[in-house]
Structures are given as structure tokens and as C-alpha cells.
Design a protein around this ligand. Structure first.
Ligand SMILES: [Fe+2]
Length: 270
């Protein structure tokens, strides 16, 4: 196991883990919680996971996923009788309380769940270090043992502070979320740390932290489930027409200025 992430690891101790989880989340933007699921729960959850990956309906949709097979679940509509463990895990008080304290209330708590089996694929956009334009708090469950060889999730601890300042810079100038330069990297951010952990571990992270999907070697796979939580109201990707944000970017605005990412690096504002 990677020694560099020792200080990002805690062992799950029920609601006593809420404070340490939040401290690490605020400080580093990412952490690993070991022994999050007990053996029996993990086994039952894996059965549901396998079933979910075979289904497609109004609640469980297949998504275009370059790294393997994946489903998106609209969690509020998921039938608790058919998927009791999925329901139980992603409704845990622990997750709810962490979300309420990190995002504030109201929020969209685990409103969508992603379920995926990653296999060896060509290098793709998910393997490139980035922050997400739409800021999201993620509860990322490993269902098998995951190390660098089968796609350990990689992140740059502490980099959420830089990404947040970059986003803030553009937001203040009316830049659309959809146009944030989220894949332009300052050089010091090249060293992503693989979050290696055993089955049943939970990674908690904000997508403001620079991150990327790990690569899966041929013949191996990665089994994961992920709950996504966002603030309410949710940030908008595109401004409504004639809104202030729309005008800021419109050619009708005589003082319109297109900002480049170079404005930010090293604090040199144009
Ligand atoms: Fe991402």
C-alpha cells in the first residue's frame, strides 16, 4: 500500500468518524475510510451491484462510459425492496451528516449513484488530471481490492484549494461553468497519489480536488459504486438568456474579455 497517503486514512468507527472525516476533507479534499463495510454487507452489496449492471429501466440508465460498463441510478426512485443494501448504504446517517456539514443544507444528498465495472481500455479523458466543473461531494466505495494495477482512483491532496480559487476567479468574471478550463494544469500538480485500498473501503472526496481515473491493466477490473451530492440550488452550467452572466459573455458586452488560464498561474492577472 502507498505510504504517502497514510495521513489521509482513517478506520471507520461509526458516527465518531464524522469529525475526523470532515477535518481531512476540508484540509486535503480527499480521504480513505478503511473497513467502512463489514464483510456480510459487502457481499450482499456486490450481489446488488452485479444485478444493477445488468439492468436498464426508468431509474437505472446505461451511460456512455469509456472504461467499461456503468449505470446511473436516480437514487430517490430506487426500489428499496429490490435493492435494500444499496438503499441502506447510500442513506447512511454518516454520509448524510458529513454532507450536511460539508455542503450545508439544503442539499441534494446522494441524488445519483454511479455503479461501474472498469476494465482495461485505451487512454481516455477520465485518465487526465482535472477538477470537475460541477462541484460534487462523492462517496466512492471500493467493492474489490484496488491498487495501482486495477485503477486506483488518483488525486492530488490539497489541490481543491487551488481549483476553488481558479473557479472563483472565473465565476466573478461571469464565465460559464461549462467553459471553465478544468484540464489546464499548473506544473506543481502533476503528482497524483493513487488511493489504494481494500474492498469495503470508502473514499470521500470533493471533485474540486484535481483527480483522475486510474488505468486498469489487461485481465483485471475495478468494481465501484459512488454516491454524488451537490448543493441546493445546484450550480447552473448555462446562464439563462439575458441574465447578467449571459450578458458578461455576450458579444453585446463592449467590455467582454476572454480570460485564459495563464491569467491565474503565479498570480499574474491580466
Ligand atoms: Fe472527474
Amino acid at each position: 500500500m502507498e505510504t504517502g497517503i497514510k495521513n489521509l486514512r482513517i478506520k471507520y468507527q461509526g458516527e465518531n468518524s464524522i469529525d475526523p472525516c470532515l477535518e481531512l476533507l476540508v484540509e486535503h479534499g480527499v480521504l480513505v475510510i478503511e473497513d467502512f463495510l463489514v464483510e456480510d454487507m459487502l457481499k450482499s452489496l456486490i450481489q446488488e451491484y452485479e444485478n444493477i449492471l445488468k439492468l436498464e429501466n426508468d431509474v437505472i440508465s446505461a451511460i456512455d462510459y469509456p472504461q467499461g460498463v456503468a449505470r446511473r441510478i436516480e437514487f430517490s426512485k430506487l426500489d428499496a425492496n429490490s435493492f435494500p443494501k444499496t438503499h441502506e448504504v447510500f442513506n447512511m446517517e454518516f454520509m448524510k451528516k458529513v454532507t450536511n456539514r460539508y455542503l450545508g443544507t439544503p442539499n441534494h444528498f446522494n441524488h445519483e449513484i454511479y455503479v461501474a465495472r472498469d476494465e482495461h481500455e485505451e487512454f481516455n479523458a477520465l485518465n487526465k488530471l482535472h477538477y470537475d466543473k460541477l462541484s460534487t461531494l462523492k462517496f466512492f466505495l471500493y467493492l474489490n481490492d484496488i491498487d495501482k494495477s486495477n485503477g486506483a482512483f488518483e488525486a492530488v491532496p490539497g489541490s481543491h484549494k487551488l481549483a476553488q480559487s481558479i473557479m472563483e476567479f472565473y465565476r466573478k468574471r461571469g464565465k460559464k461553468l461549462a467553459k471553465l478550463p478544468n484540464r489546464e494544469l499548473p506544473e506543481e500538480l502533476q503528482n497524483a497519489v493513487p488511493m489504494e485500498a481494500k474492498a469495503g473501503s470508502l473514499i470521500v472526496f470533493t471533485t474540486d480536488t484535481y483527480h483522475r481515473a486510474g488505468r486498469v491493466e489487461k485481465g483485471k477490473n475495478r468494481m465501484i459504486m459512488r454516491g454524488h451530492s451537490r448543493p441546493d440550488p445546484m450550480p447552473k452550467y448555462s446562464p439563462s438568456i439575458f441574465s447578467k452572466q449571459w450578458f458578461n459573455e455576450s458579444i453585446l458586452n463592449p467590455s467582454r474579455y476572454i480570460y485564459g488560464v495563464s491569467d491565474l498561474i503565479g498570480g499574474k492577472e491580466a
